[in-house]
Design a protein around this ligand. Structure first.
Ligand code: 5AD
Ligand code: SF4
Length: 536
């Protein structure tokens, strides 16, 4: 097992907090989905990380890096660790590629348009004199569709750099993450100005790869997936001062027929329970009150140590760490979701009452074609476990529409599943054919237009469900962790344990990071509006 990380975390203060106006509706994060609209609330790093490089390392004065992240929370958290590695080497993080010596893109390839984005970015970095690179589509076209709790369909475009950055002048350009793993050295052919290509399963090698580039190597790669190590670093720069992410299992062994993750992130590797608990204790001591345990299939956690802790036991142990007030976990796979997890939630109020349980389709025939390993009925049994819990558990999910061969009847079954489960939030996607995946070659592709039609119907249906569900909460009081302040006076925002966004009024001067009691006065499909009635 690798080294633990976050040794001696200390808080740095004085970094601005964006107003909730820009982000309040994007505040509910789809577990392991694109989180680029997340509140970025200051940067908290190990203080030692800013004090220069490792012993014996000569890092030029002007060593700066720019790191842009696409994709899920795992990627966000990997980027926190990558930033930690660079900060420890004496690099300074900058806000834009223009001022950076090292430009890194941590990429996502879960759907085609997400993968295209990095090539669009790389096109913007093409040196003026380059003759070799293949043509790029520099249009920033990626749009993702989500039904958030306010029912709005969010179509999110990443901000384009707008300006073409000339990659000359000795800049190091690197592609990390899932596109790096998937495209490998082909990236050098398409963009000869790239010098580092490294997939997430090889991040342990990153310090060494960066050292090779600093020593003058032109091109370096880290593309193995056959590692049994997880990416742990001594220093992680964390983006959120209250919620700390913690990867407990990396990779995926499930082999869903549409999914690139088993190819891009490699096989499942779990981190030892003692190392996880050590880190949680250090996080609590450093002032974090919420931890989110991450994994593509977090509940498939298999403790590699002699202790052999089950996932539900680990959850309980994390929940008992002094100073931890909220424990979240994402994403759960229905196959490995058992009663023991619900019992852990019931027994530990610090484990949040929210489970993200992606179903993907309401039709057993489609689920079989997707190789999801459960039927509609078996999935509903897992839902019944949660509905029978002693305290209400908020359930959210992911759906794919337009999978090859999905008939109108199959789609109807997805709609009736929405009615039956009554989700609090759904992240819905049009099926996107991906390289290497078994479903790529399946017959009966659904036309794009039809996928769009089905997506629209699904979102309308879910929006109405969320509207009705949230309206029933008017008059109730919830504990809220305050994580946003509006530019408007006396307006704050935060999340409930069930991960609902709560916007509320309070004349208090400083509430960020506090736990407060908020009474709901009105509701939208995607968020609640309340007023503060007390502190915790
Ligand atoms: N096409 C569309 N959506 C996909 N997802 C994963 N692969 C694909 C694909 N090829 C969705 C699933 C998964 C979420 C992270 O992304 O819903 O749960
Ligand atoms: Fe992809 Fe399926 Fe693994 Fe999730 S469980 S990461 S959808 S292969």
């Amino acid at each position: 097992m690798g080294k633990s990380f976050d040794i001696g975390l200390e808080r740095l203060t004085g970094i601005g907090v964006p107003g909730i106006g820009e982000t309040q509706e994007g505040g509910v994060k789809p577990p392991l989905q694109d989180t680029s609209a997340d509140l970025k609330i200051g940067h908290y790093v190990d203080a030692s990380a800013t004090k220069g490089g490792q012993a014996g390392m000569v890092v030029p004065q002007e060593s700066t890096f720019y790191l842009e992240t696409f994709g899920c929370q795992m990627n966000d958290h990997d980027s926190e660790k990558v930033a930690g590695v660079l900060l420890a080497r004496g690099y300074r993080q900058v806000d834009g590629p223009e001022a950076a010596k090292v430009i890194l893109y941590n990429t996502c390839s879960i759907r085609e348009k997400a993968a295209q984005k990095v090539f669009s970015r790389l096109g913007e970095l093409r040196p003026a004199d380059d003759q070799e690179g293949k043509s790029f589509n520099t249009e920033d076209t990626e749009k993702e569709h989500r039904v958030h709790r306010d029912g709005r369909v969010l179509e999110k475009n990443h901000p384009s750099l707008r300006k073409i950055v000339n990659a000359g002048g000795g800049k190091i350009i690197g592609v990390l993450g899932c596109v790096a793993q998937q495209e490998g050295e082909e990236i050098f052919e398409r963009a000869p100005w790239v010098s580092l290509v490294c997939g997430s399963a090889s991040y342990r090698k990153l310090p060494q790869l960066i050292a090779e580039l600093e020593a003058g190597n032109r091109r370096v790669t880290g593309l193995d997936t056959d590692t049994d190590e997880t990416f742990e670093t001594e220093i992680t720069r964390r983006d959120n001062p209250w919620r700390a992410y913690l990867t407990i299992i990396e990779g995926c062994d499930k082999a869903c027929s549409y999914c690139v993750v088993p190819f891009t992130r490699g096989p499942e590797r779990s981190r030892g329970s003692a190392s996880i608990l050590d880190e949680v204790r250090r996080l609590a001591e450093a002032g974090y009150s919420e931890v989110q345990l991450l994994g593509q299939t977090v509940n498939s956690y298999a403790d590699p140590s002699a202790r052999k802790m089950r996932f539900s036991e680990l959850l309980a142990a994390v929940a008992e760490v002094r100073g931890i007030r909220r424990v979240r976990f994402t994403t759960s796979h229905p196959r490995d979701f058992g009663k023991d997890i619900v019992e852990a939630i019931e027994a530990h109020p610090t484990i949040c009452d929210h489970v993200h349980l992606p179903v993907q389709s309401g039709s057993t025939a489609v689920l079989r074609a997707m190789a999801r390993t459960y039927s509609r009925e078996e999935y509903l049994e897992k839902i019944a476990l949660m509905k029978a819990a002693r305290r209400p558990i908020s359930i959210t999910t992911d759906m794919i529409v337009g999978f090859p061969g999905e008939t109108e009847k199959d789609f109807e079954e997805t709609l009736t599943l929405l009615d039956e489960v009554q989700y609090d939030s759904v992240f819905a996607f049009k099926y996107s054919p991906r390289p290497n995946t078994p479903s790529l070659k399946m017959a009966d592709a659904i036309p794009e237009e039809e996928k769009g039609r089905r997506l629209g119907i699904l979102m309308d249906r879910q929006r109405e469900i969320q509207r009705v569900r949230n309206e029933k909460l008017v008059g109730e009081t919830f504990e809220v962790l305050v994580d946003g302040k509006s530019r408007r006076e006396n307006q704050w925002s935060g999340h409930t344990s069930s991960n609902r966004v709560m916007n509320f009024a309070s004349p208090e001067r400083e509430l960020l990071g506090d736990y407060v009691q908020v009474k709901v006065v009105s509701a939208m499909p995607n968020s609640l509006v309340g007023e503060m009635v007390g502190r915790m």
